[in-house]
Design a protein around this ligand. Structure first.
Ligand code: PEP
Length: 253
């Protein structure tokens, strides 16, 4: 594990867990992680369960995140939620540019940068996701795609804004498929992204940026992934739904 960058273990519940399921999760999960002093812990429930999560996590070190937010403070945007609304609900983080939103809600790199900027202005920490799909990897386009997503998305922020984000490398072919990137594949992508940060911003920005890996992280592969100096934590979908599994992931040192 990197000594300079504090690890972040984040869960993304996607469209799972009602309010009562959220309360049950935290009642089981919190005693299993103790004070989790070695890392930051973040959980992103669906919007309707945020209040229950904030209440259940009160007094713990678990931060609560939205899974998405708009770039405007308010307006005629049916179905959307603003970063200010997330802050008022008790969130400190928000996931931006998740591949499922890119795929199903047509989110573009430009939207990712606008959403990140708005989230930062509201005081949230954006967890900005990017990653190549299966065809792009198979045809040797991984670096091209990562570079494009980076430059058009988080790379379009100012250096000051950029210093306050978290990046998540999530190869689409590994999300929800059970096919995790090997630690070496993940580390190579993180190294490449750090090079993009160096080119766009500075060596200091690259050295300080925390990059999480996401894609079928489970208790039985987290150790190998976290042994890579380049990986500063994980963004966990499916395995974050089970308190025992997510606790095992958080507790990995
Ligand atoms: C995710 O939703 O960001 C994710 C990585 O999902 P999973 O862990 O289920 O692949």
């Amino acid at each position: 594990m990197s000594t300079a960058r504090r690890r972040v273990m984040a869960g993304n519940w996607k469209m799972y867990k009602t309010q009562s399921e959220t309360r049950a999760f935290f009642a089981a999960f919190l005693p299993m992680i103790g004070d989790a002093a070695h890392c930051d812990v973040v959980m992103a429930p669906p919007f309707t369960s945020i209040a229950a999560a904030v209440e259940a996590a009160k007094g713990s070190r678990v931060a609560i995140a939205g899974q998405n937010s708009h770039w405007q403070k308010e307006g005629a945007f049916t179905g959307e939620v603003s970063p200010q609304m997330l802050v008022e609900a008790g969130c400190t983080h928000v996931i931006v540019g998740h591949s499922e939103r890119r795929q199903y809600a047509n989110e573009t790199d430009d939207m990712v940068s606008q959403k990140s900027r708005a989230a930062l202005a509201a005081g949230l920490t954006p967890v900005v996701c990017l990653g190549e799909n299966f065809t792009e990897r198979e045809t040797g386009k991984t670096q091209e795609v990562l570079s494009q997503q980076f430059i058009g998305g988080p790379g379009a922020l100012t250096a000051e804004e950029f210093s306050r984000i978290l990046l998540a490398y999530e190869p689409v072919w590994a999300i929800g498929t059970g096919r995790t990137a090997t630690p070496d594949i993940a580390a190579a992508a993180h190294r490449f992204l750090r090079q993009c940060v160096r080119d766009q911003f500075s060596p200091e920005a690259a050295a300080g940026l925390r990059i999480l890996y996401g894609g079928s992280v489970k208790p039985d592969n987290i150790q190998g992934l976290m042994a890579q100096e380049e990986l500063d934590g994980a963004l966990v979908g499916g395995a974050s739904l089970d308190p025992k599994w997510f606790a095992a992931i958080v507790n990995t040192k």
